[in-house]
Design a protein around this ligand. Structure first.
Ligand SMILES: [Zn+2]
Ligand SMILES: [Zn+2]
Length: 335
């Protein structure tokens, strides 16, 4: 038993040790890919989640199902979570909102978690607060003793609705010291409004597209950013899947799958947007087909290099990007 516990402790320390092995980055931006799949069930990929650390504080963009498990496994600094930015209210982006809120509160987060996003995050916050009310009461009753405090107020989600009237508009969604987070209207109709987000901190910048069809105003909002993290769906593969499902007699699933070609971006189109924006690196995430039986990275990204030189990569869960302040370095790593 003792040996098992020691082994468990060693495993638990591994990600921390790996993180420590890297030279300490100067204060800049750090990105952690906590979920990189689309809505389909993909082994080793949680659904939409991107974490950004700035000034020692943790911010999340979306909390799709299974993403909290990743964050806990990697011992991400959940107690320092400040805000969860929601791109839109599709379930593959919000399924773990309750879990990440609860876990960051239990980890010691001293204030409510801001839930920032389009109209609807107010209902989302109210719903999850109600759904977890009893759980929070149980945890406080059981674990609050000595120095351990679990104030109920700190465990709540605090909604902040961002209004952007113009379809191609932007708005400041969050400001904390030198960090500015800008919400960007994107095009995911009939899901409207839907947002992407741009993080600017100490001269470094990261843009996260959210779900959108190819949308040139996003390129304008991402102008000159260090990293563009863009969703990607290969629609030749989507149509192939839809036809396969129809041939298997699954007409309903086939029809629903065919509908999705209208509101996502092809890898080739994301490359166009990245070139228009002049970003240094494009990272494709929310990869609808990655991990499916017929998927190969080569087929998925076919044609991406045709439009000209571009540094691009495919995200996977656990991938990290460090953007140290006062430098132009873009350092990829992993948990
Ligand atoms: Zn999605
Ligand atoms: Zn969506």
């Amino acid at each position: 038993m003792v040996r098992f516990l020691l082994a468990l402790a060693a495993v638990a320390l591994l990600p921390f040790a790996a993180a420590q092995a890297q030279p300490a980055a100067p204060d800049g931006l750090k990105v952690i890919f906590c979920g990189t799949s689309g809505p389909l069930p993909i082994p080793d990929r949680a659904k939409a989640c991107t974490a950004v650390i700035a000034g020692g504080k943790l911010y999340l963009v979306d909390a799709g199902p299974e993403s909290t498990k990743n964050l806990l496994s990697w011992r991400a600094p959940l107690a320092r979570a400040q805000a969860l930015f929601i791109t839109h209210l599709h379930s593959d982006h919000i399924g773990d909102v309750g879990e990440v809120n609860m876990q960051s509160w239990v980890a010691g987060r001293p204030q409510p978690l801001a839930l920032v996003g389009p109209s609807g995050v107010d209902k989302l916050a109210a719903g999850f607060n109600l759904a977890y009310e009893t759980d929070h009461g149980f945890r406080r009753a059981h674990h609050e003793h000595g120095d351990i405090k679990l104030p109920i107020d700190a465990g709540l989600l605090a909604p902040k609705v961002i209004e952007i009237a113009k379809p191609d508009g932007t708005a400041v969604a969050w400001k904390d010291g030198d960090l500015t987070v800008t919400a960007i209207r994107v095009a995911h109709d009939p899901v409207t409004p839907a947002f992407g987000y741009r993080f600017d901190y100490h001269g470094r910048s990261v843009v996260i597209s959210g779900d959108t069809r190819k949308w040139p105003p996003l390129a304008a909002a991402a102008k000159g950013a260090d990293v563009l993290i863009h969703e990607a769906q290969n629609n030749a593969m989507t149509r192939q899947m839809s036809q396969g499902l129809a041939a298997m007699g699954m007409a309903r699933t086939s029809s629903i799958m065919a509908d999705t070609v209208s509101y996502h971006t092809e890898p080739v189109e994301a490359a166009d947007i990245a070139r228009m924006a002049g970003v240094k690196v494009l990272v494709l995430s929310h990869l609808t087909q990655a991990g499916l039986p017929f998927y190969t990275p080569q087929a998925f990204t076919k044609g991406m290099d045709d439009g000209g030189k571009l540094d691009w990569r495919l995200a996977k869960d656990g991938m990290t990007i460090d953007l140290p302040a006062g430098s132009s370095e873009i350092r990829f790593g992993s948990y």
